[in-house]
Write a protein that binds this ligand. Structure first.
Ligand code: GUN
Length: 309
């Protein structure tokens, strides 16, 4: 058996088309365009790529976007002052501070200073708390995107066993809360979990958000399950390509490593997932594309709520 590939691109494109229609309606009927300001600090290369993609996508959909780039040696006070000036600006609907921040910055303090109504990342404790209590909230984009993938692929969640590997505030914890809201039975596993494979094999839906390349292998995956791979890692070891990638993908992956020095892999061994799962989100081309689409959706949502629509 070979898993059905859940294309993040098709689903992200569908969501972006809906958001673009919503934005056009806000412009025509209500006379304003939603706006998103992204704050980036320092020169983290991955952050630069992600922020570029967020700003570009916003513009494509008619959302007004702004990119504020601060030096790596910015102080906590300067960064917080920037956030607070954006809180004050009535033309700004969404504020996103790209993570990770440089080590000298108190990340929690910065995120807590973002106005919860403009917190399109859904990282503010007010939004996390509302999500946990089952109230309307701006939900973190990556786990919200996972729910969209499942719903739009007709994969049932209610009553199913969802196992989340990873307990970060960005993915693991909000993922578990969103599954609970959808009436799944939820298990959260993490680095201290004993006999991880025995638990993950019981999953109807397995979400891997660990941050370790191809950590989830065949022994962790139940036959016929749905495997959602949230990881994004660089993979450089050509000698392991045959045990990592399905046979029809190996040559393309080797060519990419040859050309760029690496190929992107998630937290799941794709060859094993294709053999054992019924549904699988690839990396690249899976969940990552949904994160940006859901950010756009959150921005429009924040704009509507703040303007009482
Ligand atoms: N860094 C990695 N993922 C994210 C995200 O979803 N939001 C922000 N702000 N930073 C990130």
């Amino acid at each position: 058996m070979s898993a059905r590939i859940l294309s993040g691109k098709l689903i992200a494109d569908a969501i972006k088309a809906e958001v673009a229609a919503d934005v056009a309606d806000l412009r025509e009927v209500h006379g304003f365009a939603p706006s998103l300001t992204v704050v980036r600090v320092g020169e983290d290369p991955a952050s630069s790529v992600y922020v570029g993609s967020k700003v570009r996508t916003a513009e494509e959909l008619g959302i007004v976007s702004e990119h504020i780039h601060l030096d790596a040696d910015v102080t906590d006070e300067e960064l917080i002052a920037t956030v607070e000036s954006l809180n004050e600006r009535s033309d700004v609907d969404g504020i996103l501070v790209q993570l990770p921040l440089p080590k000298h910055i108190d990340e929690r303090e910065v995120l807590e200073r973002i106005d919860p109504e403009k917190d399109v990342d859904g990282f503010h404790p007010i939004n996390a708390g509302r999500l946990t209590q089952g109230y309307p909230a701006l939900a973190p984009c990556t786990p919200a995107g996972v729910i969209e993938i499942l719903n739009r692929s007709d994969i049932p969640i209610a009553g199913r066993h969802a196992v989340v590997v990873g307990r970060s505030n960005i993915v693991g914890k909000p993922m578990a809360m969103l599954f609970l809201k959808e009436n799944a039975t939820v298990t959260i596993c993490h680095s201290r979990t004993k006999d991880l494979a025995a638990i993950t094999r019981q999953a109807d839906i397995l979400v891997a958000a660990i941050g370790r390349p191809a950590f989830i292998t065949g022994e962790h995956i139940g036959e016929g399950s749905t495997v959602i791979d949230v990881g994004i890692n660089n993979f450089t070891d050509s000698s392991r390509a045959n045990s990592m990638f399905p046979v029809d993908d190996v040559d393309k992956r080797l060519a990419t490593i040859e050309k760029r020095g690496f190929t992107l892999v998630g937290d799941v061994n794709p060859k094993d997932a294709m053999e054992k799962a019924a549904n699988f989100t690839p990396v690249p081309g899976g969940v990552g594309l949904l994160t940006v689409a859901m950010l756009m959706k959150n921005t429009v949502e924040a704009a509507k709520i703040r303007r009482g629509l």
